[in-house]
Design a protein. Structure first.
Lengths: 492, 252
């Protein structure tokens, strides 16, 4: 049953169901309105009828009072002869018709004085001499001799009006119905097609093709807006998914390498003949394992910081003191790495935070500076030192400085760690913050590739941010890297 | 990177048995509450090798029972335990008046866990994964702390003297000039003389740092200190214990 099933599909469509409901509601309203209007106009007509009947009755009563039955009969006869005349009947005390322009009347009409109250049937002589059945409403009054007089009006006219209005309603409903079906097909089919395209696209996405996007027609309607926002969501999901995939690839790579080394060292240890070689190999295994544990801890810490589960322990802490402590802790290592530690720490600056996390962040930044700050860019080294040597003969170049600075910045308290190494090119800065990303592709320096990721996560937890910039933007050979942790302004 | 290999103790089969050589751990008895049976078996065996008697309880309730019925020098409590969690075991023990030093082990292992663990009545905290040498060093320090109150005003190791009041350090009667932090480093080492002190313990106790410094910061500080207290003297006092940490001790 293709037609039936197609209709079934059509009725499953929301747009069609909605428009059907709408049309039904509209039709009901229209019907109510029509019945109300016809009812009202009928009542008005009836009232008018009654008014005029009442007048006639009064006149006839007056005629009777003036001239008795003769006058009454004359008046009624005269009136009855007019075109489109009312009903005039005089009946005997038992209800038998004595005179009038009516052949017969539904029994019981003459029983009571006043309005008949309901439309009654009667038969009248028409022009061709035949008898026709009609409906009428009438006023009856009794004469003092027991005769009854009826003055009434045919109800043909109000019923005709009602019929006319109802016919018009039928036609209107029919037109509306046809229009509705046409609109159903137009809207329903269109909407169906678009929704079908959306479901087809989302099925592909579910099947794993995250690059798929929902069709956007460009009309800017609700469907388009929905598709656009879903597309935005899909873009974000794809991006996150890509990030996750990259991270897991990196984890796999970054763990595979040390695990392989670990395994090799273990087999070295097994095959070592003399005791000291075995000992050395075992120690190397411990060093390697420690590095692995460190990587895992850093990963775990990043995810916990990102999950925000540490946020509960934020207190007011003296950032200046933490920075000074860190600088003091690292100073010997910095010197051993052929650099010098320079402190530019404004005293007494506080931030709201977690002391240990901030300490960890500062320590990560200093550690980076130690690792990369002493690297001389190979290509320009001789050139630079030549020109410098030419300018200042005999002056010993001071060791590159690692500067720890704490100051009140424009948007809040800032702590920065600057080095004088090769720096990070502006287009790579977003990259180096990602997990496991290391610009040093050879990975000659030890490290997890997680240091800056952790700093960024910690700053995000504190509502601040990590900003990377050049230490000396003019110096192209060794611009150096300045990593600034910007804390949000403290409440006054 | 271990900088000063020459002074490293190099005998025995494992790193941590060296650490206990001559340390005052004889007759130390500890309780390990740990539900991972394999880890617990390894731990008790390793403690025994180091000369420490270790009882084992595998859940919170039995740990609480053993901890309150017997007397131990130190308790090692895992945070996540069946039947009663580690923190509640510690608070309940403290309520019952058991003041045995407790070291908390935790797989969660992050800053906030350490804080809640110590608040619950723990004395030290070690996140998993840890090196056994680290655990052993901490247990020894905790066990000794219980036995000996820190009332000495002057610490002595061989001919090295540290006056905690006047902040004077002398070696063979000659003044040794130290930076404030170097003084605190030496003070902590001498307070735990004869015992292995790990790098993390130094970071925590001398610098109040509870995180991973990434590099060998401690080694550089210790070697600076070492050069100051040993430069003009033949006998080394400050030793590097491979795979564990440092120990100050008079071998003579």
């Amino acid at each position: 049953m293709p037609v039936k099933s197609r209709l079934g599909v059509l009725f499953k469509s929301t747009a069609v169901r909605l428009s059907a409901l709408y049309i039904l509601l509209f039709a009901l309203c229209a019907a109510f309105l029509v019945f109300y209007v016809t009812g009202l106009s009928e009542r008005i007509l009836n009232n008018q009828t009654r008014e005029s009947l009442k007048e006639e009755v009064q006149e006839i009563e007056k005629a009777y009072e003036r001239g008795g039955v003769t006058q009454l009969l004359r008046t009624m006869e005269r009136r009855a002869r007019q075109p489109g005349a009312n009903l005039y009947v005089i009946a005997g005390p038992n209800g038998e018709i004595v005179a009038g322009n009516v052949a017969s009347v539904q029994p019981g009409v003459f029983d009571e004085e006043g309005w008949t109250g309901f439309p009654f049937r009667y038969e009248r002589y028409d022009d061709s001499g035949g008898v026709k059945r009609h409906l009428a409403t009438a006023h009856v009054f009794f004469l003092d001799n027991g005769f009854r007089v009826l003055v009434g009006r045919d109800l043909g006219e109000p019923s005709k009006l009602r019929l006319l209005v109802r016919q018009a309603l039928m036609v209107a409903l029919l037109i509306m119905g046809i229009g509705a079906v046409v609109i159903w097909f137009a809207i329903g089919r269109n909407a169906l097609k678009r929704i079908d395209r959306v479901s087809a696209a989302s099925q592909k996405i579910t099947a794993g093709d995250l690059s798929q996007r929902l069709p956007v027609s460009g009309s800017g309607d609700e469907f388009d807006r929905l598709s656009s926002s879903l597309n935005g969501m899909l873009g974000r999901i794809e991006q996150l998914n890509e990030g996750l995939r990259q991270v897991s690839d990196n984890i796999a790579h970054d763990l595979k390498t040390p695990l392989t080394r670990l395994r090799n060292k273990a087999s070295d240890a097994l095959s070592a003949v003399d005791e000291s070689a075995k000992h050395a190999a075992l120690e190397a295994i411990i060093v390697e394992s420690d590095q692995l544990i460190r990587t895992f801890n850093a990963l775990l810490m990043i995810s916990r910081v990102e999950a925000g589960s540490i946020a509960a322990e934020l207190t007011d802490i003296d950032l200046s003191a933490i920075a000074a402590d860190s600088a003091e802790l690292y100073e010997p290592v910095v010197e051993e790495a052929g650099q010098q530690m320079v402190c530019d720490i404004a005293p007494g600056l506080s931030v709201r935070g977690n002391r240990e996390l901030i300490g960890q962040a500062i320590s990560n930044l200093i550690d980076n500076a130690i690792k990369y700050g002493a690297i001389k860019p190979e290509a320009s080294k001789s050139e630079a030192s030549d020109s410098e040597a030419a300018q200042s003969d005999g002056v010993v170049e001071p060791p590159p400085a690692i500067t720890v600075r704490v100051a009140r910045g424009a948007s809040g308290v800032e702590i920065s760690v600057s080095d004088q190494g090769p720096g990070v090119p502006a287009d790579k800065r977003a990259e180096v913050v990602k997990r496991f990303v290391r610009l040093d592709k050879s990975r000659s320096k030890p490290g997890t590739g997680l240091g800056l990721s952790l700093v960024e996560a910690i700053m995000a937890l504190h509502g601040g941010q990590l900003v990377l910039s050049d230490t000396r933007s003019g110096d192209e050979a060794a611009p150096g890297l300045t990593a600034t942790m910007v804390f949000p302004g403290m409440k006054p | 990177m271990i900088t000063d290999e020459t002074t490293a103790v190099q005998s025995g089969e494992t790193g941590w048995t060296d650490a206990t050589a001559g340390a005052n751990v004889a007759h130390m008895k500890i309780l390990v509450i740990e539900d991972d049976l394999e880890a617990a078996a390894y731990m008790t065996k390793a403690f025994r090798e180091a000369g420490i008697v270790a009882d084992h309880a595998s859940d919170g309730e039995s740990g609480l029972f053993m901890g309150s019925e017997n007397t131990y020098d130190v308790m090692v409590v895992d945070r996540m335990l069946p039947r009663r969690d580690g923190l509640s075991v510690i608070t309940e023990l403290r309520k019952r008046g058991v003041d045995t030093p407790v070291l908390i082990l935790s797989a969660l292992g992050q800053v906030d866990d350490r804080v809640t663990g110590l608040r619950a009545g723990g004395d030290d905290y070690l996140p998993k994964p840890y090196a056994f040498s680290e655990l052993l060093a901490r247990v020894e320090v905790l066990g000794r702390r219980k036995g000996k109150p820190e009332q000495d005003m002057v610490y002595r190791v061989g001919d090295l003297e540290l006056d905690r009041l006047s902040h004077e350090v002398k070696r063979a009667g000659k003044d040794v000039l130290l930076q404030p932090r170097e003084f605190r480093l030496l003070e902590y080492l001498m307070k735990n003389a004869g015992q292995v002190v790990t790098r993390t313990m130094l970071l925590e106790n001398v610098w109040d740092y509870h995180f991973d410094p990434q590099t060998n910061v401690i080694d550089v500080h210790v070697s600076r200190l070492r050069s100051k207290i040993e430069k003009d003297f033949d006998r080394p006092l400050l030793k590097t214990v491979r795979g564990a940490g440092y120990m100050i001790k008079d071998e003579g």
